[in-house]
Every structure is written in C-alpha cells, then in structure tokens.
Design a binder for this molecule. Structure first.
Ligand code: GDP
Length: 397
C-alpha cells in the first residue's frame, strides 16, 4: 500500500484558513506522478518493465518508409544518424533499396541570420503548401549544434502548427561531427523523406561558416531571408551568400516595417545587379513578404514554381542535380581518405616528430607530406599483405 507523505512547504499554514486559498495535497512516496487512486499496483511492486523497442529489419524499414509511415521514417533517420558502424552498414543497405523512389521532390534551401524569420516563414509557407495538397518535410543543417552542444536552430519551440499536421514532417539537424558528417546525414535524410512521399523538402540553415554552401549543394532553389532596416543590415550580408541565392526575401514587411521593407528591397535590387546569378538563366530578385500577415507568401511559391519550370525546360535543373551528385561523391571521397590517413596508427605515431622537424626548418612542408604519404602507402600495402595471408582477419578501412 502506498504511504502518504505529510511534507508540505513552510509557507503553508498548519490549519486551513480563509486567507489561504490553496489546499496542498499530500504526495505519495516514491511516485513522481501522484494521481491518487490511479496507480498501477504492479508499478509499485516493480513488476512492470518498460517494453523494449522492437528491432526493425531491413525489410521493415524499406516497407515502412515506402508506406509513408512517420514512425518508421523517424527510426530510419535515426539509423542514418547513428555513428555505430553496424547501423551505418544497415542504413546504407536500406537507402540503397529506397534510392529508386527518391529524387522527385522539389528541394528548397532557406538561410538567413538568426532572427530573420526563417522558421516563421517555413511555418507559413509549409502550411500553405500542405493546404494545397503537398507533403512537406522540413530539415535543418546546423553545424553549431556540434560545436556548442546547443543549437541555434533547434532551441526554440518551432513551427507549432506545422509540426501537428499529418502532411508535414519536421526533423532537427543531426548533431555531432564535422559539417561534412552533418551534410551526409542531412542528404541521406532528405532521400529518405523523398522515398516516404514528401514532395517538397525545405532545408533550413543558419548563416554560420560553410553551412550555406553545403545546403546550396543539396537543393534546387535557395533563398536568403533578410531583415529590413536596409543600411545596417546590408553591411552584415556577405556578398558570397548573395551569390548563392535564387531569391532574396525581405521578411517582416508588415505594419510600420512595410516602408522600410520597400527601401530594403530597392537596395538589394541595386546590389544584385553587380552579382552573378546563382542559376544560369534565372535572374535573382528581391521579394517582400510577411510571415505574420502571409503577404507575399503565395507569390514566393509562384516564383519557385516559375523557377522550376524555366530551369527544367532549359535543362539547368537536371544539370545541377547531376553536378550535385558527383560533388557529393567527391566530397565523400575526400572525407574518407582524410580520415583513413589521419586515423592511421603509423601516421598518428610519426606526426609529432614530423611536425617538430617542419617547425624547426629541418624539412620543408612539401618534403614532410611526401614522407608521410610514403609511410602511409607502405603501411596500407603491409596491411593488404596481412589480409592475403589471413583472409579472415578484418582489415581496417
Ligand atoms: P529565425 O531565427 O530566422 O528562424 O527567426 P524566427 O522565425 O524565430 O523569427 C524571429 C522573430 O521575428 C520572432 O520573434 C518572430 O515572431 C518574428 N517574426 C518572424 N516573421 C515575422 C513577420 O513576418 N513579421 C514580424 N513583424 N515579425 C516576424
């Protein structure tokens, strides 16, 4: 039988009186959720164990994702994001089978400084697309989450109404690892979402480091969300980011801000004239919108549709997709070789000595590279020999 506790805060009077309006209920020892009379006796005796999550087979993942089952999709993405090598191999097999069902969605990237209104725009835009019969997946690439252990994009309660919709799927940025690692996981997550039937993918990122370039390399259309208050704001926008954008969106064009938004738009239009467009044949322009009043949001969708139509017709759309695929492959080769080299025990063993020699001017950096790569080559060859004589032994690669 549960034992009722008598503890109460010191500010509660001993006897109820009319000056004190609250009555304090006693808790039950050992139980956190004290719904009196609603306690499972098995729980008190410790007989009920929480159920273990069923391990899904490769077929379960593939069939569940193809059926558009959100729970399976979430778990498939968790598999993709896992750093465990067994999970990695399984995730890759699942992805390989889903690949024929990917590529049909329109991929849209959204960047801008924190506070520009990205998530509010995504919510307004996403709801509008869901109303029009689309299925929308929202992903984010937030390298700050691995650097600071917190995240710029993930900390807020975001996109409340969109996240409750059946037609929408929202997944925060994978945490941990290099931007390259985050990028691979996000790309594969995007493919999973496409296989699950989401036909619009919105990928949000913050203007930090290389993350815009990374997202640009994953999407068909890329927009930069900026604030009004032109003069000050323009100083903060790097020309490089504007060169990546297919549209510059001046948000918060509402109330007293509308006039400022018009000024900002004219300023951006002037700046764009001097910048090479991000997409061949598509002139980048500045547009105004308000995520609050929805002003300009349907027009933004019309712009994106026009972009898709024009670039598909000219072949630029497919050319970019193909280029992105090859760039993805090359960047993964880079990453793989990089870790193969720097994780090699011979290299890690010799590195301090070689660094010292370079710093003391005993050998040049070029000579150091030559020697290190040579050592690496010899080590790899030696390991292949071991493999021939012990085919059962696993070679680290
Ligand atoms: P993010 O950091 O870029 O994702 O920005 P948020 O979407 O979180 O928005 C930052 C702030 O701007 C929030 O307080 C929003 O309520 C506000 N905000 C976003 N869109 C609009 C808008 O269209 N008009 C106005 N007036 N405020 C907005």
């Amino acid at each position: 039988m549960a034992k009722y506790t008598t503890s109460k805060p010191s500010w509660v009077p001993d006897e109820p009186n009319e000056k004190f309006a609250c009555s304090v209920m006693g808790g039950i020892e050992g139980i956190k959720d004290t719904t009196v009379g609603n306690i499972n006796p098995n729980l008190l005796s410790g007989k009920t164990k929480p159920k273990r999550r069923l391990v899904l087979s490769e077929d379960d993942y593939v069939n569940g994702v193809l059926k558009g089952d959100r729970m399976t999709l979430s778990r498939a993405i968790t598999l993709i994001e896992s750093n465990n090598s067994k999970h990695f191999a399984k995730a890759q097999r699942v992805l390989q089978r889903l690949l024929p069902h990917t590529g049909k969605a329109l991929r849209i990237g959204i960047t801008g400084v924190p506070g520009a209104g990205k998530s509010t725009i995504i919510e307004a835009f996403g709801n509008m697309l869901c109303d029009a019969g689309h299925r929308v997946a929202v992903l984010s690439v937030d390298p700050t989450s691995s650097v600071t252990k917190g995240s710029i994009l993930g900390d807020k309660t975001r996109m409340g109404t969109l996240s409750r919709r059946q037609e929408a799927f929202i997944r925060p940025s994978p945490a941990g690892g290099t931007l390259g690692g985050v990028a691979r996981k996000s790309r594969e997550t995007m493919l999973m979402c496409e296989a699950a039937g989401y036909d619009i993918i919105l990928i949000e990122t913050v203007g930090v480091g290389q993350s815009e370039t990374t997202v640009r390399s994953m999407v068909d259309f890329f927009m930069l969300v900026v604030l009004t208050g032109a003069g000050d704001d323009l100083q903060g926008i790097k020309k490089g980011i504007m060169e990546l954008a297919d549209a510059i969106v001046i948000n918060k064009a509402d109330g007293d801000n509308l006039l400022k938004a018009k000024v900002a738009r004219a300023e951006y239009e002037r700046m764009i004239e001097y910048i090479r467009p991000a997409t061949e044949g598509w002139p980048t322009h500045a547009y105004m919108c308000s995520a609050y009043t929805k002003y300009g949001i349907p027009e933004l969708w019309k712009v994106i549709q026009a972009f898709k139509e024009m670039t598909t017709e000219s072949g630029v759309f497919n050319k970019r997709r193909n280029r992105q695929l090859l760039e993805w492959m090359y960047s993964m080769i880079d990453e793989h070789l990089h870790s193969l080299f720097f994780d090699d025990p011979v290299i890690t063993g010799r590195m301090p000595e070689v660094k010292e020699a370079v710093l003391n001017g005993i050998i040049s950096p070029t000579q150091a590279v030559k020697e290190l790569v040579n050592m690496f080559d010899v080590d790899m060859a030696a390991r292949r020999q071991v493999d021939i004589f012990h085919p059962e032994a696993e070679v680290k690669s």
